[in-house]
Design a protein around this ligand. Sequence first.
Ligand SMILES: Cc1cc2nc3c(=O)[nH]c(=O)nc-3n(C[C@H](O)[C@H](O)[C@H](O)COP(=O)(O)OP(=O)(O)OC[C@H]3O[C@@H](n4cnc5c(N)ncnc54)[C@H](O)[C@@H]3O)c2cc1C
Length: 397
Amino acid sequence: MNLDFTPEENAFRDEVRAFIRDNYPKDLMNMGTREDLTREQFLAWHKILGKKGWSAVAWPKKYGGTGWTSTQRYIWSEENARVDALMPLPFGVSMVGPVIYTFGNEEQKAKHLPGILSGDVWWAQGYSEPGAGSDLASLKTTAVRDGDHYVINGQKTWTTLAQHADWGFFLCRTDPSAKSQEGISFILVDMKTPGIEVRPIKLIDGTHEVNETWLTDVRVPVENLVGKENEGWTYAKFLLAHERSGIAGVARSKRGIERLRDIASSETIDGTPLILNGDFSRKISQLEIDLTALEFTELRTLASEAAGKGPGPESSILKIKGTEIQQRLTELTLEAVGNYGAPYARGMDGHGVNDFGVGPDYSNFAADTYFNMRKTSIYGGSNEIQRNIITKMILGL
Ligand SMILES: Cc1cc2nc3c(=O)[nH]c(=O)nc-3n(C[C@H](O)[C@H](O)[C@H](O)COP(=O)(O)OP(=O)(O)OC[C@H]3O[C@@H](n4cnc5c(N)ncnc54)[C@H](O)[C@@H]3O)c2cc1C
């Protein structure tokens, strides 16, 4: 296997690096944290990329994708990770977009794809419910046909950043008498429709990243149904495979390890840099080895996607290993900053709590990030569920 980049690929790297350097918003560069940003901040880079035609790098060219090879896409994610770029959110570009261009009708493609590409329309994912997370097919939200509308009632939960959403894609039960996976439909909902209420859920790090979404007699035109009624489970699973393969985050973890090395070079134990501590440097090396193994697995997956195969059950491997590495990275970062990680706790107002970090800048968000990243082994389908998928679909047990 030849792992060297070709001269054309190196030229491509130069081109995208220069584009990022000249166009990425300076105020968003290398931000220590990315929660509680404004809608405008979240969308700033997406909109610039939309104008350039680079917002949906994995889409087919005919729908507005770049037509880049898997290696070019890999280089693209590496170059963005170098500046910690705030990439287009996954809900439009990686989730509902591919569902619409694969299963939607021409009107739906014409209506929705441009806004996803340009970053003008923000999407939210309405899958999970209080009693239906891992066992998603037991969802209870109903969509009942009434003339040329569906009337939707139910409660979704963990809807990420729905406080900013213009549109949502919802899984609803359209045939309560069918077996659980067979009576579900995939419906696009304008979040301004009367009857939708988005209520915040605060996470352990104090951020408002997720919500409860309540739907009461929400009337949605039938033309918002994607594909066929009662066949939404097929589209839902297709979307989940796309969601999971994007979660691996290899390039960003590589950048995180570089940052961890810098921190461990600055922090000392009894006057000796932490990086020279055998136990600590062994932990970093083990993380790097695991990340390299994941990188090769991701490259293999990208290559098979380039050969025409969509992301399949192997995306579960990427999800498990990628999120485990992201979590270990935050654990080691917190370990490296030591006591400096403890005093600052965003969202914990009141007496005795600092409203600024007391240590070096890099320590300010170490605890927040550590806590926040616990989510990664839960969302996108928990890692236990991914192991079940591997057991069944890959090992055939
Ligand atoms: C930060 C965050 C953002 C999210 N964003 C969204 C979003 O935007 N839209 C959306 O629809 N959902 C979202 N989710 C929901 C997410 O997909 C679910 O939390 C996830 O699928 C797990 O479901 P649950 O929370 O109901 O846990 P449960 O399904 O109740 O699981 C509880 C525990 O039991 C384990 N478990 C359950 N069943 C099995 C089994 N069969 N075998 C082995 N172990 C099992 C699970 O692994 C888990 O550890 C988000 C979640 C988080 C944490």
